[in-house]
Design a protein around this ligand. Structure first.
Ligand SMILES: N[C@@H](CCC(=O)N[C@@H](CS[C@H](CC=O)c1ccccc1)C(=O)NCC(=O)O)C(=O)O
Length: 222
């Protein structure tokens, strides 16, 4: 047992990517087990390791954690990325949940039928630019601080930078109307642990491709 957290998921972003980002932001190294076959998945279920027969699974501090939100909250709390008090934690929760709603659209995009892709991409652009990004542009403008909550680097900043980069992969000019977010992106990209995660060779996963989609569908026999 190396003592490092052990992540069980596909070799791709999916629901595990925010966990990789948060551990990396905290400067925590981790191991990964990549699900490739339905036999591996069924063995995890048979061994009683997946509480709800689902992944992500993160083995950390002697626990076999499932449910992405619970995993992320635990990591944020453990590595002091969850605000200084209950109110800052509530603000971080609101920001993270909002961004997660946007990321869910991006997560499911590769699984959408070809005839719906154009519509779904337009929907991602519309929600990012009219519902989600304006919130954080206003927060940064109003308090004029480097980070979203308590003028300290937190889980909310990690989730926002991940979302900005993911949306830019699909819509490169998306930040044009958001000068505060442009400055935020540069600032947070230069936080040493984030800078390292953004370099080649880090555990950050590439955008989902057809192989990833086919692997997921094969493992779940969909
Ligand atoms: N609340 C939970 C949910 C966790 C969850 O939906 N896990 C999935 C794999 S994620 C996968 C990959 C997406 O890129 C995906 C997700 C959706 C559709 C197809 C595949 C799963 O294990 N499905 C097996 C089943 O449900 O039988 C959490 O937040 O952790």
């Amino acid at each position: 047992m190396s003592g490092k957290p052990r992540l069980t998921y596909f070799n791709g972003r999916g629901r595990m990517e925010p966990v990789r980002w948060l551990l990396a932001a905290a400067g925590v190294e981790f191991e990964e087990f990549f699900l490739e076959t339905s036999e591996q998945y069924e063995k995890l279920i048979k061994d009683g390791v997946l509480m709800f027969q689902q992944v992500p699974l993160v083995e950390i501090d002697g626990m076999k954690m499932v449910q992405t939100r619970a995993i992320l909250s635990y990591i944020a709390g453990k590595y002091n990325l969850y605000g200084k008090d209950l109110k800052e934690r509530a603000l971080i929760d609101m920001y993270v949940e909002g961004i997660t709603d946007l990321m869910q659209m991006i997560l499911m995009f590769p699984f959408s039928p070809p005839e719906e892709k154009e519509k779904n991409l337009a929907s991602i652009k519309e929600k990012a630019t009219t519902r989600y990004f304006p919130v954080f542009e206003k927060v940064l403008k109003q308090h004029g601080q480097d980070f979203l909550v308590g003028n300290k680097f937190s889980w909310a900043d990690v989730q926002l930078i991940e979302a900005i980069l993911a949306v830019e992969e699909k819509i490169p000019a998306v930040l044009l109307g958001f000068p505060q977010l442009q400055a935020f992106k540069i600032r947070v990209s230069n936080v040493p642990t984030i800078k390292k995660f953004l370099q080649p060779g880090s555990p950050r996963k590439p955008p989902p491709d057809q192989h990833y989609v086919e692997t997921v569908l094969k493992v779940f026999k969909r």
